[in-house]
Design a protein around this ligand. Sequence first.
Ligand SMILES: Cc1cc2nc3c(=O)[nH]c(=O)nc-3n(C[C@H](O)[C@H](O)[C@H](O)COP(=O)(O)OP(=O)(O)OC[C@H]3O[C@@H](n4cnc5c(N)ncnc54)[C@H](O)[C@@H]3O)c2cc1C
Length: 437
Amino acid sequence: MVLHWFRRDLRLEDNHALSSACQYSKERGSHVQCIFIFDSNILSELENPRDRRVAFIHAELQRIQFELAQQGAQLWVVYGDPIVWHTRWSEDPSVEALYANRDYEPYAGLRDTSVAQLYAEKGKPCKWVKDHVLMEPHEVLKEDRTPYLVFTPYARKWKSLLPPEGLAAFPDAKGPWSPPSPAYTFPSLEDLGFQACSLAIPSREIPMDVLAHYKETRDFPGEAGTSRLSVHLRFGTRSIRSLARSAYPTHETYVNELIWRDFYQMILKHFPQCPDKAIKPAYDHIRWENNTEHFASWCQGETGYPLVDAGMRELNETGFMHNRVRMVVASFLTKHLLLDWRLGAAYFAAKLLDFDLASNVGGWQWASGSGCDAAPYFRIFNPSSQMERFDKAAVYVKKWVPEYGTSTYPVPIVDHKMARERALFRYKEGLSFASLM
Ligand SMILES: Cc1cc2nc3c(=O)[nH]c(=O)nc-3n(C[C@H](O)[C@H](O)[C@H](O)COP(=O)(O)OP(=O)(O)OC[C@H]3O[C@@H](n4cnc5c(N)ncnc54)[C@H](O)[C@@H]3O)c2cc1C
């Protein structure tokens, strides 16, 4: 029996590791068994019993289970520590090998190294392959083999290296499958300690008119101008290759966003400390404010700045926020409120359905000025001008802030001019302090 371990690749079609496991099993006269582990180390950190990510994964696993059942197979879904489960499976004489797609997060790297060791001790192969990204962190490097810190040359090199066959689909998984085992029953959300919640799952398809007009519409949160595919790319319910095939090379602006995704995966892999530390170390010398009331107002969408409030309320209600608005609320937190970007990143991590450590940290460090190719610290978004530019008719704002324009809407919690000057002063102070060290 050959195990395929689902992680960020919740689909049977165009799945590199699963397709390879099927091929390997066919050649050896063996069978494939699909597995998924609800990792207790991760789940125990989630505070909300109605966590949307858990509900999303659970629903997608049910879909896979249904698709496998139609082919006479079964998905083993278990709960616990992956090391404990893999110790058991690696010792099972009927298990011959393990296949999985690579995951570039620091926790996953350590976990997978330990798992590989378990199978190696039993003389069983573990095969890890590329699936989650189009170009892996080690594939696009500078001539001296160091990582790019600036996006434009990275993207240029990325485009020069991506071979046309790099977007080809892997054959859909059709077995041969192991027969179902009564030893494994599909857990309910309640068995996992969670509860059902309302989930608005976007389509897995990108409408062709969105792709065609993406360049002009993507910055306007009141329009349906972006693909809304982030959750599917995060959990692999849509193959990144199939999406890139629809866009590459004609829809360059859209392809560039997919390259940003690879770029941040690359940065996280090469700078595994970046979820906690500024990529540009000098930025860790900024004196942040410690105003819990301001933080609470930001979280609740009650800052008195309509675009910021609309974004935060959209996030709280749906688990999604438009990219332009993510940039505005992140800039507002770090510059106007002068609160540590890590607070904002943690709040997004708890709320976003598409939460992805690499893109989230990348986005937050970009906004705070401390990241790779970040906005210079002195370029401070004016949230009112951003609304004037990107939501002039207040279509987006009115959707999420119904009391906008009435007397019940809060007054601004900080004055823009004062906040801007304070941010400039504190950033300058922190950076000059760092330069003396
Ligand atoms: C502060 C901040 C935090 C963010 N946190 C996350 C996160 O946790 N998870 C996440 O997937 N994205 C994150 N982003 C990036 C971006 O906002 C979302 O990917 C995008 O809004 C998702 O909407 P969409 O699918 O309609 O995007 P589209 O505009 O249709 O883009 C297509 C795909 O490209 C990728 N993409 C687009 N923009 C970016 C970007 N700037 N960086 C990396 N990938 C990008 C996404 O996978 C997206 O689905 C963050 C951005 C900021 C500024």
